[in-house]
Design a protein around this ligand. Structure first.
Ligand SMILES: NC(=O)c1ccc[n+]([C@@H]2O[C@H](COP(=O)([O-])OP(=O)(O)OC[C@H]3O[C@@H](n4cnc5c(N)ncnc54)[C@H](OP(=O)(O)O)[C@@H]3O)[C@@H](O)[C@H]2O)c1
Length: 266
């Protein structure tokens, strides 16, 4: 097999949560480009249908499952059952859906039980539910890959920023637990820790944020795709349990992605 053949995802099928927008959409399009069929999952129908059109135009099979809230374990189990029965074989799960900002800025005594619960469930329960649901299928199929999306916040604390960093740190540990547990079952788990990838076309924001970055710029959404393809591919066959930072050196520089002193708004 030639080196580039090792990145070929032909014959594979990936479930991607939050596939309709942002980083999830980019990963879906890049995986499809590399030959992978896609199951796109989210709550709103429109983004899930729109990305599906682009994926089908690349000649791949696509199943869109909208109306699926991955904080609900029943909905997750139904989604995985539908994906596996309609696509036949799923080999990759990308736990991408997540929600920043819940309860951010509150002091510890101000946080409600609901703030805590919703922040953790949006960013950690989601990955747990989807991973738990897909593992029996992966075992049956003889293996597969689970890719979790954490954040630079999974590595550091932020002043009055609670659930998101805690949950994203948990995602890194969930990745290690899956990798360790299923290492002899040909199931790999890997984690991507993105730095700052804004979904805005506002040039003032982009330029301002970029100026404070070690690389002098923020990340472009499209830059996440090749990393996801690599991690899902046979080229990464011995890579498991690891978290790969993709942040232009921000964590290496010991600062937040925006280059700000860690405060609630940073
Ligand atoms: N962009 C960044 O700078 C950055 C940096 C570090 C980490 N991340 C992480 O990367 C991931 C993607 O973020 P993004 O920036 O691309 O954000 P985004 O565009 O808001 O993407 C989140 C996607 O997930 C879906 N989603 C959210 N909660 C869901 C739920 N409960 N059930 C089903 N689908 C759900 C959303 O669609 P619906 O609302 O229609 O369901 C949306 O398509 C997140 O885990 C985030 O924490 C992002």
């Amino acid at each position: 097999m030639g080196i580039l053949d090792q990145f070929d995802l032909s014959g594979q099928c990936a479930i991607i949560t939050g596939a309709g927008t942002g980083l999830g959409r980019e990963m879906a399009l890049h995986l499809a480009e590399a030959g992978c069929d896609i199951v796109g999952v989210g709550r709103r129908p429109e983004p899930i249908e729109d990305v599906g059109e682009e994926i089908r135009a690349k000649g791949r099979r696509y199943l869109g499952i909208s109306g699926c809230d991955v904080t609900n374990s029943t909905a997750v189990n139904e989604m995985v059952a539908k994906a596996t029965s309609e696509m036949g074989r799923v080999t990759v799960l990308i736990n991408n859906a997540g929600l920043g900002g819940t309860g951010r800025g509150k002091t510890l005594p101000e946080l409600t039980d609901e703030d805590w619960r919703s922040g953790i469930e949006s960013n950690l329960d989601t990955a747990f539910y989807c991973s738990r649901a897909i593992v029996p299928h992966l075992l049956e199929q003889g293996g597969g890959t689970i890719i979790n999306i954490t954040s630079g916040w999974g590595y550091r604390g932020g002043r009055n920023n609670w659930m998101y960093p805690v949950a994203k740190g948990g995602v890194i540990q969930l990745t290690k637990a899956i990798a360790m547990t299923y290492a002899r079952d040909n199931i790999r788990a890997a984690c991507i820790a993105p730095g700052l990838f804004p979904k805005t076309d506002d040039e003032t924001i982009l330029t301002g944020l970029g100026e404070k970055q070690p690389a002098g710029r923020i990340g472009f959404l499209r830059e996440i795709g090749p990393l996801a393809v690599f991690l899902a591919s046979p080229a990464a066959s011995y890579l498991s349990g690891e978290t790969v930072l993709i942040d232009g050196g921000a964590i290496a520089a010991g600062i937040t992605p925006a280059g700000l002193v860690p405060r609630a708004e940073g």
